[in-house]
Design a binder for this molecule. Structure first.
Ligand SMILES: Cc1cc2nc3c(=O)[nH]c(=O)nc-3n(C[C@H](O)[C@H](O)[C@H](O)COP(=O)(O)OP(=O)(O)OC[C@H]3O[C@@H](n4cnc5c(N)ncnc54)[C@H](O)[C@@H]3O)c2cc1C
Length: 494
C-alpha cells in the first residue's frame, strides 16, 4: 500500500491500514509536518477512530494546552471580550453521544503525534519524498518517487486540496465553489496568558470597526490565529492585531499571513482503478462546522477496512466501489452543511432551515443509503434535524456503555473485524459462526433482533433471521460490480 501525503489524513490512513495488518509506505514531500495550525476541533467521531487505534488518550494528552478552551467569546477587542455561555443543543434523543469527548488540538500539534504513532506501529513513513508520477494497470500501480520506482497494489491519494493525483487522473470537482468572500489568516505569536486568564476561549469574535474578525486559540497562551475578511495581505498587521487585541502586546510577532477562500467542492469520482482519493484531495469545505479534517479521518477509517479485506482475499475488489458510494454523499452533506453555517457567534443571522442537528455532524450521524449495506425491509431514514441514533442500517451504531465501569462501549465492538450484536439469547446466532457475537440489551434493539456491524462501526444489516448474517456478510463482501461504475477504468498517467 502506498499513501501519498503525510498530512492528517494520510497519517491516519497509515495508522488504520497498519491496524488492519497491511504493510504501508507513506510519502510526504515536505520534510516536516504542517507548520500551520489549521484544523483545531476534532469531533467525537474522529476521537472514536483514534480510540480504536489506541490513540485517544495520547491525543487528549497532547491537547492539554487547550483543555479549558471550549467556550466562545465576543467583544470589541480581546481585552474587552466576554465568554458566551456554553449552549447544549436541544433535540438529542440519546442518553449519551459517544464514549469519547471532542478534542481541541491544533493540527500542527496533532500531526507529529500521528507521525510518531504511525512509525511506532511499523509504517514506512518517508518525509522529504514526493510522488512525481505514476502508472497503473490491472495488477498494480507503479509510482515514481523522484526517480525511484515503487510498486503498490493500491494508492491512497491524501495529497491535499490541490491534489496532483486527482488532477492527473482527470477527476473534476463539483459544488458551490467559493463560499463567502476572501479572507486572510494571520498567524501570530504574543504572550497573552495574562489577558485571557479566566476567559479562556476557542474562538473570540472581534467587533472593532478597524479590525473585525476572529481570534482562534492555537495553544491558548503564545500562539494565535487572526482571521479577517478581505484580500489584502500587505496591511500593517502588527497594528491591526494590536487594535484587535486591545493591549500593547510588546512581544507580538507575525508568523505568517495567508490569503484564503472558503470553498465547497467535492470530487466527481473518489476512485480510478487502484487509486483512491481521501481527505482534502476528495473534498474541501468552509471551516464553520469544523468538518474538513474530521471528514477526511472518516474517509481513511472506511477505506482502510475495505482495502484490507480485498488485499487479504476476504472480499472481491468490487467492495472498494462502496467507498465512493458512501463517502462521496457523506462529504457532500458535510460540505453543504458547512457552507450553510456562518462564523457569527452572536447568532444574528437567520438559521438556514436545512441545517442538520450539530450532533448529526459531529457524531457521524450521516446515513449511508447506497453502498455496502443490506436492507431487505426497505429504507428506514435517520432524521437529521435531531440526533436520534437507533441502529438503523447505514448509520454508526449508537453508543451505549457495556459495563458499569463505563470503560467499554458498543463502539468498541466493531473494528478491525465485523461483529454481530444480539438483543436477547445470543446462542442461536452464534451457530452461524460468521463473526463474533455479542449480547447487547439496549433500548434501540428489540429482543430477538441483531445488528451486523462493519469494521467502521456502521450497521450493515438488521434483522431477526438467525440464518441471515453469514449469508449477508458474504454477499456484502462479494458484490457484483456495477458496469456503470467508472471505478474499473484504468487511467495511465506519467
Ligand atoms: C484555516 C483553516 C482552518 C481549518 N479548520 C478546521 C477545523 O476546525 N476542523 C476541521 O476538521 N478542518 C479544518 N480545516 C481543514 C483541514 O485543515 C483540512 O481538511 C486538512 O488539513 C486536510 O488534511 P489532508 O491530510 O487531507 O490534506 P493536507 O493537510 O493538505 O495534507 C496533504 C499533504 O500531502 C502532501 N503532498 C501533496 N502532494 C504530494 C506529492 N506529490 N507527494 C508527496 N506528498 C504530497 C502535502 O505536502 C501535504 O502535507 C481548516 C483548514 C484551514 C485552512
Amino acid at each position: 500500500m502506498l499513501i501519498v501525503g503525510g498530512g492528517l489524513v494520510g497519517l491516519t490512513a497509515a495508522l488504520v491500514l497498519r491496524h488492519h495488518g497491511l504493510a504501508v509506505t507513506l510519502v510526504e514531500r515536505r520534510t516536516a509536518t504542517s507548520p500551520q495550525p489549521k484544523a483545531r476541533r476534532f469531533h467525537v467521531r474522529s476521537m472514536e477512530v483514534f480510540r480504536e487505534l489506541g490513540l485517544a488518550a495520547t491525543v487528549h494528552d497532547a491537547a492539554r494546552d487547550l483543555a479549558d478552551h471550549d467556550r466562545m467569546a465576543v467583544g470589541r477587542t480581546l481585552a474587552e471580550a466576554e465568554r458566551l455561555p456554553l449552549r447544549q443543543p436541544a433535540g438529542v434523543d440519546a442518553p449519551e453521544v459517544s464514549p469519547e469527548l471532542p478534542c481541541l488540538i491544533a493540527q500542527d500539534v496533532l500531526e507529529p503525534v500521528l507521525r510518531a504513532a504511525a512509525r511506532d506501529v511499523g509504517a514506512d513513513v518517508r518525509f522529504g519524498t514526493a510522488l512525481t508520477g505514476f502508472e497503473q494497470d490491472t495488477d498494480a500501480v507503479v509510482a515514481d518517487l523522484g526517480g525511484r520506482s515503487v510498486r503498490a497494489a493500491y494508492v491512497v491519494a491524501a495529497d491535499g486540496a490541490h491534489s496532483g493525483v486527482r488532477r492527473r487522473l482527470g477527476i473534476g470537482r463539483s459544488g458551490r465553489g467559493p463560499v463567502g468572500g476572501p479572507s486572510v489568516n494571520v498567524y501570530f505569536r504574543a504572550d497573552l496568558a495574562d489577558v485571557v486568564r479566566g476567559r479562556e476561549f476557542n474562538l473570540c469574535q472581534i467587533e472593532h470597526p478597524d479590525a473585525p474578525g476572529a481570534i482562534a486559540s492555537v495553544d491558548g497562551r503564545l500562539r494565535w490565529m487572526f482571521m479577517t475578511g478581505g484580500e489584502r495581505t500587505d496591511r500593517d498587521w502588527p497594528t491591526v492585531l494590536r487594535t484587535a487585541l486591545g493591549v500593547p502586546a510588546p512581544d507580538l510577532e507575525v508568523l505568517s499571513v495567508l490569503p484564503w477562500q472558503a470553498e465547497m467542492l467535492v470530487a466527481d469520482r473518489y476512485s480510478a482503478g487502484r487509486v483512491h482519493l481521501a481527505g482534502d484531495a476528495a473534498h474541501v469545505m468552509p471551516p464553520f462546522a469544523a468538518m474538513g479534517a474530521n471528514t477526511g479521518i472518516s474517509d481513511a477509517h472506511e477505506l482502510g477496512w475495505r482495502l484490507a479485506a480485498v488485499l487479504r482475499g476476504a472480499a472481491a475488489p468490487a467492495l472498494l466501489d462502496g467507498y465512493a458510494a458512501e463517502r462521496r454523499p457523506a462529504a457532500w452533506f458535510a460540505a453543504d452543511q458547512s457552507a450553510r453555517r456562518t462564523l457569527d457567534l452572536r447568532g444574528r443571522t437567520t438559521p438556514d432551515p436545512a441545517l442538520a442537528h450539530p450532533f448529526v455532524l459531529v457524531a457521524g450521524g450521516f446515513q449511508y443509503t447506497d453502498g455496502t449495506l443490506c436492507r431487505p425491509d426497505g429504507h428506514d431514514p435517520e432524521p437529521v434535524d435531531r440526533f436520534a441514533p437507533a441502529g438503523r442500517v447505514g448509520t454508526r451504531v449508537p453508543h451505549r456503555w457495556l459495563d458499569a465501569a463505563r470503560s467499554r462501549s458498543t463502539l468498541d465492538l466493531g473494528g478491525p473485524g465485523w461483529a454481530l450484536l444480539v438483543a436477547g439469547d445470543p446462542r442461536p446466532w452464534a451457530a452461524t459462526g460468521a463473526v463474533p457475537v455479542h449480547r447487547l440489551d439496549a433500548d434501540f434493539l428489540p429482543t430477538g433482533t441483531a445488528l451486523l456491524l462493519r469494521p467502521d462501526d456502521i450497521v450493515a444489516w438488521r434483522g431477526t433471521d438467525v440464518t441471515a448474517p453469514g449469508r449477508v456478510l458474504q454477499e456484502l463482501l462479494h458484490p457484483a460490480r456495477d458496469a456503470s461504475v467508472p471505478n474499473s477504468t484504468v487511467d495511465s498517467t506519467g
